[in-house]
Design a protein around this ligand. Structure first.
Ligand code: NAG
Ligand code: NAG
Ligand code: NAG
Length: 488
């Protein structure tokens, strides 16, 4: 058998194993039926007996609902997947154990070993089981909680990973870049359209310190630590991931216009790949294409890693290595870094030590001063497509919704004029109606008219206005709108 065919079989085999793991994971959360029947916003907002018990989750099946309800309420504890331990008397009596077949025993062992699930796994499962409109809600609320957002979802139910463009469409951010400081100006823009430098953080090999913790330190304003990214010292953050490896998360830094406390003068995006780059080549390749700089966090570089990184010789991104000072095999690592230096165009300042946050902050400041690559999420989506990944907007539902929205918005040249022409009930007639209704309560200009007669006059006026309103038929804009929301 030639190499390619062998590789293809191996790949299919891996996919099969991964699918089965994903399936098992969904059944732990009792979400299996939602793989095809997606969860809708309505399902989350439904008030049921379970939604009223606001307490901590007690079983694995509670975890998705706990997350969804808390994140909808903008509660910062949404990602806490710890289970509340309840002492149960009736579980585990001898009688029960005798009745168990071997499968049950394994399930019990499995849940005994791990008290809960990694929050990133739960998040990935929820997103795969949600329709595109619920995904948009979840990401908007997560953004308000200042949680990092999933940018690339691993290939769990699809053959390639998916870029979450549509899911972020609703998010708008406001910030004060230092370049507008003189005019005291600010920018308020749609997040997916805003162009800014992107810096990526990835791990190579195993590493004894937490990359996400390092990122949180980097992005947190002084004395206000915030966990943008889940990290291993957080509640449940140390539980091994089952399905979320290969997830790329993204977070942003937005300056508040305070020269002495802002960490960076302009907005930047920071991405974080979960898992090792060697097992996630596609995601890593994507990040090298969109990023101005890639920070590779590692403890040792040997022949294998050297060969892997040599493939990047055409890459235009700038590479930084974050090392632990004097970790084991330090001299071998330095030797291979020296060999990599001409290939990746490395300079001395591109070797950073793990313990110094200021080290990384000044490196990023230097990147921002050196005319970095400026991209927005729409551009990232194009890159993703070129690399054969999926973009959530390619979904039929999103496409038709976006088509309907475009049909309406292309007609809008002047907002005020468009409103006058297309929303005819709302403008002048509505204002007049409101005034008459107000007068019916306040009776300000009644004068000498007897009260019943005055009321009668007003009622006639109201009726006339209603008749006038009814004469307007449905406008083209409204027809398109109704057709659009009627479709799905
Ligand atoms: C996480 O949830 C557990 C169980 O409900 C609770 O005991 C713990 O205090 C929570 N941790 C945080 C940081 O909120
Ligand atoms: C967030 O949820 C936790 C855990 O259920 C609760 O103790 C806390 O009061 C909530 N916070 C707010 C602001 O509602
Ligand atoms: C990072 O720290 C090291 C040692 O403390 C120093 O030699 C290097 O210049 C620093 N790099 C940057 C970019 O600040």
């Amino acid at each position: 058998m030639n190499f390619e065919i062998k590789y293809a079989f191996f790949y299919l085999y891996l996919m099969f194993i991964e699918r089965r793991e994903f399936q098992n994971f969904l059944s732990k959360l009792n979400l299996e039926q939602h793989k095809s029947h997606k969860l809708r916003l309505r399902d989350v907002l439904d008030i049921r007996s379970e939604s009223l018990k606001n307490g901590a989750p007690q079983t694995l099946e509670d975890l998705p609902w706990h997350f969804l309800r808390k994140v909808m309420a903008l509660n910062g504890t949404a990602r806490n997947t710890s289970l509340l331990k309840v002492a149960s008397e009736d579980q585990g009596t001898n009688e029960d154990e005798e009745d168990m077949d071997i499968d049950d025993i394994f399930t019990v062992l499995d849940t005994d070993l791990r008290d809960s699930l990694n929050p990133l796994d739960v998040l990935c499962a929820i997103l795969v089981c949600s329709n595109s409109f619920l995904q948009q809600q979840i990401l908007s609320k997560m953004s308000m909680c200042q949680f990092a957002l999933p940018l690339l979802l691993p290939a769990l139910h699809t053959s390639k990973c998916t870029l979450m463009l549509w899911a972020m469409r609703d998010i708008v951010k406001k910030w004060r870049p230092h370049s507008l400081a003189e005019s005291r100006g600010f920018r308020e823009e749609s997040l997916v359209l805003t162009k800014m430098p992107t810096i990526s953080f990835v791990r190579m090999g195993s590493c004894s310190f937490s990359k996400s913790q390092l990122l949180n330190e980097l992005l947190s304003p002084s004395q206000q630590h915030h966990d943008f990214f889940i990290h291993r010292d957080m509640e449940s953050g140390n539980i091994p991931r089952e399905i979320a490896d290969g997830l790329v998360e993204i977070s942003w830094y937005f300056p508040r216009g305070k020269e002495n406390s802002d960490i960076f003068p302009e907005a930047i995006a920071v991405t974080n790949l979960r898992g090792d780059i060697e097992s996630h080549w596609l995601q890593f390749h994507f990040l090298t294409e969109i990023s101005s700089a890639v920070f590779i966090i590692t403890e040792s570089i040997s022949e294998k890693e050297y060969t892997f990184l040599s493939f990047l010789k055409e890459s235009t991104a700038k590479y930084y290595f974050v090392l632990k000072a004097n970790a084991g095999k330090h001299s071998e690592t330095l030797e291979f870094l020296n060999k990599l230096a001409p290939i990746l165009k490395l300079n001395r300042p591109q070797l950073l030590v793990k313990d110094s946050t200021s080290n990384k902050t000044s490196a990023i400041a230097a990147i921002m001063n050196s005319s970095p690559k400026i991209v927005n999420i729409e551009t990232m989506a194009e890159t993703a497509q070129e690399l054969g990944m999926q973009v959530d907007e390619d979904d039929k539902e999103c496409e038709s919704a976006s088509q309907s929205a475009k049909e309406i918005t292309t007609q809008i040249k002047d907002v005020a004029e468009y409103k006058n022409k297309n929303l005819r009930l709302q403008g002048e007639p509505w204002k007049n109606l409101a005034e008459v209704e107000k007068e019916m309560c306040q009776m300000r200009t009644q004068g000498d008219t007897p009260i019943e007669e005055y009321k009668n006059q007003l009622e006639i006026k109201l009726l006339e206005l209603r008749v006038q309103q009814k004469r307007y038929g449905l406008t083209d804009g409204l027809n398109t709108f109704i057709k659009g929301i009627d479709q799905p």
